[in-house]
Design a protein around this ligand. Structure first.
Ligand code: SF4
Length: 471
């Protein structure tokens, strides 16, 4: 039996082998099955509680799009307002630049320990490894991130980084890494309490706190951070220095627009009207404040996003990283996030990774889609993901990067489709050949052996059934 290696799976071009290993990994399949239905059901309930979710979605999209249309103006205004409130804004074109800026700030503070809230930007730049190479320890404080940091793995989901782990695997991990004594970690409550006790020490000792940002509000210079654990607030307020790592497309014009986006974010991500902790941070502490850091820095990363905004793929920049497209994708649901071999998995990752890394570095990803359209249907920003994937496939074909068999089959299909009578004749013959060879014997069986994980096709069929029931 194969298992996917969640530590060394870092190659998007290895998707096929990685996906095949993931399909045979029974622990992974158990974890994915448990997580998937939870996300889908919660989102469904949350959006049905809104009178007109489509209207809310449209408003949120307009808010996001208008910020992107005037991005430089909003970024400049955000910077002006952060500086006015006593903070500093740094711009980084590349991941290496962001890491250097963060390192310099940490070194100025003589930092030995950094606590971290969840930040996909810091995953993009491999910030933890970089800081640790320079003698600065990092402690992830989001529970999922903490689990995968202990396991030396990478997140497999953009909002649920440890979704690939079963409860039993997490208990084993804690047993290995913590001094548990007689404590028993059978229950989820016990696991959470165990992590909380460990993280509390880190919160109190940290010299610098690094968080991500869900939104940057231009006309107030505020940074919005949403979490369900409150770890973002503790990371931002307890250490002497707070560093925010964000990407350029996070900026919105004002609080009203931020409110519209936050309403669709919580519902789409975790099925909540609002995340439990939705906090806005404005600069360092003032003399009248009881707590807060004495230094406040925002580091804003581009990493190819300006180029994407100026391309036919610009719609992708509306992404608010809610994860709904992952949760509803039959491919992600079958293979999980590590198979994609990079920071962003699922449909949004299959678009983003080739755009950010180069299409040659992620050739299989635009093909890792059934084109069922569920991702676009559930995306609160109405990003036309299947169309963007189709365009990427087209770009691959133009560059001669498309899989040879696929190019050949499509070439033959295209040639036939222009000759209706021959097309009809060939399809009729094909149908008879299929019957002759009793295709049911070469397609996956309907009823798997009791312990066998579902094959990809079976997963896909089930999710299609769920889809028609759900939507
Ligand atoms: S593409 Fe849409 S659904 Fe997917 S993470 Fe981004 S905003 Fe959410």
């Amino acid at each position: 039996m194969k298992t996917i290696d969640p530590i060394n799976t870092t190659n998007p071009n290895g998707f096929k082998n990685q996906a095949s290993a993931a399909l045979e990994d029974t622990n992974l399949q158990t974890a994915l099955q448990r997580a998937k239905s939870g996300f889908i059901e919660k989102r469904k309930k949350a959006i049905h509680l809104v009178d007109d979710f489509e209207h809310l979605k449209t408003q949120a999209q307009q808010a996001k799009q208008s910020a992107l249309d005037n991005l430089n103006h909003h970024l400049a205004l955000f910077e002006k307002n952060v500086v006015a409130s006593g903070g500093a804004v740094h711009r980084a074109k590349t991941p290496a630049e962001l890491n250097q800026i963060v390192l310099k700030i940490c070194q100025q503070q003589n930092a030995k320990l950094v606590t971290k809230g969840k930040s996909m930007v810091s995953e993009e730049t491999h910030l933890n490894a970089f800081l640790e190479k320079h003698g600065i320890s990092t402690a992830e404080t989001d529970l999922g991130e903490y689990i995968i940091q202990l396991a030396k793995e990478k997140p497999s989901h953009i909002i649920a980084p440890a979704v690939h782990k079963t409860r039993q695997q997490v208990a084993e991990l804690f047993k290995h890494n913590h001094e548990l004594g007689e404590r028993d970690l059978e229950e989820i409550r016990a696991l959470v309490d165990e992590a909380r006790a460990m993280l509390r020490k880190a919160f109190l000792l940290a010299d610098v706190g690094i968080t991500g940002a869900n939104l940057l509000v231009a006309d107030t210079g505020s940074v919005a951070i949403v979490t369900n654990e409150g770890n973002g607030d503790l990371t931002a307020t307890l250490p002497k220095t707070h560093i925010v790592t964000a990407s350029i497309e996070k900026v919105v014009a004002n609080m009203e627009d931020a409110g519209k986006i936050l309403q669709v974010l919580g519902r789409s991500a975790t099925g909540q009207a609002m995340s439990t902790y939705t906090s806005f941070f404005n600069g360092p502490r003032r003399t009248e404040d009881l707590d807060g850091p004495s230094a406040f820095h925002v580091v804003i990363l581009d990493n190819g996003r300006s180029d994407i905004l100026n391309s036919k793929y610009k719609d992708m920049m509306r992404c608010i990283k809610c994860g709904a497209c992952l949760n509803h994708c039959p491919v992600y649901g079958a293979v999980g996030g590590h198979a994609y071999g990079d920071v962003y998995p699922g449909p949004m990752g299959s678009v983003l990774t080739p755009l950010m890394k180069g299409i040659e570095q992620a050739t299989p990803l635009p093909n890792a889609s059934t084109f069922c359209g569920r991702c676009e249907e559930v995306c609160p920003m109405s990003i036309p993901l299947p169309e963007l994937l189709r365009q990427l496939r087209n770009d691959q074909a133009t560059k001669g990067l498309a899989p040879k068999l696929q190019s050949m089959a499509l070439g033959i299909y295209g040639w036939l489709a222009r000759k209706p009578r021959l097309f009809q004749l060939t399809m009729g013959m094909f149908g008879r050949v299929v019957k002759l060879f009793k295709v049911s014997h070469i397609l996956p069986q309907e009823t798997p052996a009791p312990d066998a994980p579902d094959t990809f096709v079976q997963q896909w069929k089930k999710s299609k059934q769920g889809h028609s029931e759900n939507e």
